[in-house]
Design a binder for this molecule. Structure first.
Ligand code: KG4
Ligand code: ZN
Length: 339
C-alpha cells in the first residue's frame, strides 16, 4: 500500500503551523510559529494582528515543514486545514493557502474541525489507541467531555455553561498580574504554592452532572483579591494560583471519572491547551490509576495548537472519504460533529 502523506495547516488563533504527517500517526515535521510575544504587548490575542502575522509567515512555515519532512508538494496525497472554530480572519489565511496548494497541485482538500484535531493529538504518540474512549477537551475556547465513538464521531456528554477552562486560567492570570498567556504562567507559579491554602468553590452541578461552570471560581478569586486590597492584607500569589488551579482540576477530574463510570469507559484521554497543565495531568493520571483506567495524554507541545494534530485528524477524514470543494470557507463557530 502506498503511504499517505498529508500536509496540514493550522492558523485558527495565534500560532501559524504546518506539518507533514505520514499514514495518520507518523509526524515527519511539526513547525509552529508562535505569535505569543507579539500579543503579550496587548495582554491577549488581537485578531487583526493575528491574521496579518499569519499571512506574513505561512509560506515560510510550510516550506520549513516540507523541508524538515524531506519531501516536496509532489509527494503529497492531500492537504488538510483547520476551517473552524477560531478567529475568522486567522482561519481564512490557512484555508486560502490550503485551497491554493490543493488547486495548483490537483490534490484533495480536507477541512478539519480544530477540536477534532486536539482529540486526534492523542493518536500520535499512542499507536494502540483506537476509539471508543472518553476524552476531556480543555482549551481556550472549549470545555467538552465527549465519548469518541469512532474517528471524527463524538457524543457530547457535558460542556461548560460559561467560561472555558483555559479562559478561566487566562482571566485569573490577568487578575493576579501574571499577564498573557495565562495558563502556563498560573501552572508555573502554582508549583511554588499551597493548593490547600484557600478553598474556592467548585463549579455547581446543574441538571447535567457532566457540565462545567468556571465563572463562580473566577469571581471568587476576584472577590478574594478585592477583599485583600480593601483590607490591606498581603496576598500570596503562589498560594492563590495553586488553590484556584486545584479547584478547576478537581472538578475536571471528578466529572471525567463520573462519566467513565456511568458509561463504562476504560480508556480516558485529555486534549487541548489546558491538557498541558502539570496539575491536571498528574491528578488525572492518579485518578485513572486508582480506578484501573488506561490514561492517554499528548506531549505538552501536541496539546497546544499545532498542525500535526490537524494532519492526524485529516488522515482519518481522508480515509472516510471526506473531501471539501473550492467553496470551503472559514466557519468561526463550527460545532463539534458538524461538517
Ligand atoms: O488549545 P489551545 O492552544 O488553543 C485553543 O484552541 O483555545 O488552548 C489555549 C488555552 C489558553 O487558555 C491557555 O492559557 C491554556 O490553553 N493553557 C494552559 C496551559 N497551557 C496552555 N492552561 C493551564 N496550564 C497550562 N500549562
Ligand atoms: Zn486549540
Amino acid at each position: 500500500m502506498n503511504d499517505t502523506l498529508i500536509l496540514a495547516i493550522e492558523s485558527s488563533c495565534d500560532e501559524t503551523a504546518a506539518s507533514v504527517v505520514k499514514n495518520g500517526r507518523e509526524v515527519l515535521s511539526n513547525v509552529i510559529s508562535s505569535q505569543i510575544e507579539l500579543h503579550t504587548l496587548y495582554g491577549g490575542v488581537v485578531p487583526e494582528i493575528a491574521s496579518r502575522k499569519h499571512i506574513e509567515k505561512i509560506n515560510q512555515v510550510i516550506e520549513q515543514a516540507l523541508s524538515d519532512a524531506g519531501c516536496t508538494l509532489d509527494d503529497l496525497s492531500a492537504i488538510g486545514v483547520t476551517y473552524g472554530p477560531g478567529l475568522v480572519g486567522a482561519l481564512l489565511v490557512g484555508v486560502a493557502e490550503a485551497k491554493a496548494i490543493a488547486y495548483a497541485k490537483k490534490l484533495p482538500l480536507v477541512g478539519v474541525h480544530h477540536i477534532e484535531g486536539h482529540v486526534s493529538a492523542n493518536y500520535i504518540e499512542n499507536p494502540d489507541l483506537e476509539p471508543p474512549f472518553l476524552c476531556l477537551i480543555v482549551s481556550g475556547g472549549h470545555t467538552h467531555l465527549v465519548i469518541v465513538k469512532d474517528y471524527g464521531e463524538f457524543e457530547i456528554l457535558g460542556r461548560t455553561r460559561d467560561d472555558a477552562a483555559g479562559e478561566a486560567f487566562d482571566k485569573v492570570a490577568r487578575a493576579i498580574g501574571l499577564g498573557y498567556p495565562g495558563g502556563p504562567k498560573v501552572d508555573r507559579l502554582a508549583k511554588e504554592g499551597n493548593p490547600e491554602a484557600i478553598v474556592f468553590p467548585k463549579g455547581k452541578l446543574g441538571d447535567n452532572p457532566y457540565d462545567f461552570s468556571f465563572s463562580g471560581v473566577k469571581s471568587a478569586v476576584l472577590n478574594y483579591l478585592n477583599h485583600a486590597q480593601m483590607t490591606g492584607e498581603e496576598i500570596n500569589r503562589a498560594d492563590l494560583a495553586a488553590s484556584f488551579q486545584k479547584s478547576v482540576v478537581d472538578v475536571l477530574v471528578e466529572h471525567t471519572m463520573l462519566a467513565a463510570q456511568d458509561y463504562g469507559m476504560k480508556k480516558i484521554a485529555i486534549a487541548g491547551g489546558v491538557a498541558s497543565n502539570g496539575a491536571l495531568r498528574s491528578a488525572m493520571e492518579q485518578a485513572c490509576r486508582e480506578h484501573g483506567y488506561r490514561f492517554y495524554r499528548p506531549s505538552p507541545i501536541l496539546c497546544t495548537d499545532n498542525a500535526a494534530m490537524i494532519g492526524c485528524a485529516a488522515y482519518y477524514e481522508y480515509r472516510k472519504g471526506t473531501r471539501h470543494g473550492w467553496d470551503l470557507n472559514a466557519i468561526p463557530n463550527l460545532r463539534l460533529g458538524e461538517r
